[in-house]
Design a binder for this molecule. Structure first.
Ligand code: ZN
Length: 259
């Protein structure tokens, strides 16, 4: 176990350096109990790849500030509940919308925008697009968001599963998104916490403690982009508790730049 812990620590440090993360490397010296080596789903070994990293061009202040992001919506069931919590905490959010979910939910997108949140592109279909599909999936959603909002949406893009590539990054930038794919520093793994959805990415100690897990990850990283999903009921239900505890720890919530 010692050697496993050492390996995880080395991977964590390497990840931090590769991500250009501002976390103190010492923070990673306390991860001996971690059972999981990566903090994303679907793409092991690609943590530093385009799509998972947080681009330095965003110039985020990640010391004590978290940037709350919500993927895969809009959800008629949960997104407005999440917006209400954000409003209560005066916290800006970024909603990375799945294009196929836009039709019928345009009013939610306009409400997000009117409330000061970023409405952003998460590709038309939630798949790992082939290079042949990618341009269409990216621009189809870009244009659909602009139509739904009646104005250009902030040019912020995130790949489904963080599955970017150097070739796709070229397409993203050429399509008007200057930062390329926007990844995350903290994966809440909210999709792992449903009643029947437990997955082994969550340490056993937090198996039934979603709020505790997210707060522990906030403390471990100290700031950065935090990945939630507004299609997950567990996030809608617990976001208020999470933000309350983070505020009590002195953390702030920041807005991604509007591009
Ligand atoms: Zn997604």
């Amino acid at each position: 176990m010692r050697s496993t812990a050492r390996l995880l620590r080395t991977l964590g440090l390497g990840l931090a350096l590769a991500l250009g993360c501002t976390a103190d490397p010492e923070d990673f010296a306390h991860e001996d109990d971690a059972e999981e080596g990566d903090s994303q789903y679907g793409v092991d070994e690609a943590a530093a790849a385009p799509g998972v990293r947080v681009p330095a061009s965003l110039a985020l202040d990640t010391r004590g500030t978290f940037y709350l992001t919500f993927d895969d919506g809009p959800s008629a069931r949960y997104t407005r509940r999440i917006m209400a919590v954000l409003a209560a905490h005066h916290a800006p959010g970024a909603f990375f919308v799945t294009g196929a979910n836009i039709a019928g939910n345009e009013a939610i997108l306009r409400e997000e925008s009117a409330a000061g949140h970023r409405v952003a592109n998460h590709q038309w279909s939630h798949v790992v697009a082939t290079s042949a599909q990618f341009t269409t999936f990216l621009t189809r959603e870009r244009d659909a968001l602009d139509r739904a909002l009646g104005a250009p949406h902030p040019r912020l893009f995130r790949y489904p599963y963080g599955a970017g590539s150097t070739a796709k990054e070229t397409v993203v930038r050429a399509s008007g998104y200057p930062d390329g794919g926007i990844g995350w520093n903290v994966d809440t793994l909210d999709w792992c916490f449903g009643p029947d959805a437990y997955c082994d990415k969550v340490p056993t100690a937090y198996r039934r403690d979603y709020v505790g897990w997210v707060v522990s990850e906030a403390r471990r990283t100290g700031g950065g982009v935090m990945l939630f999903h507004d299609i997950q009921g567990i996030t809608a239900t617990n976001l208020d508790s999470i933000l309350t505890r983070m505020e009590a720890l002195g953390y702030h919530f920041g807005a991604l730049p509007s591009r």
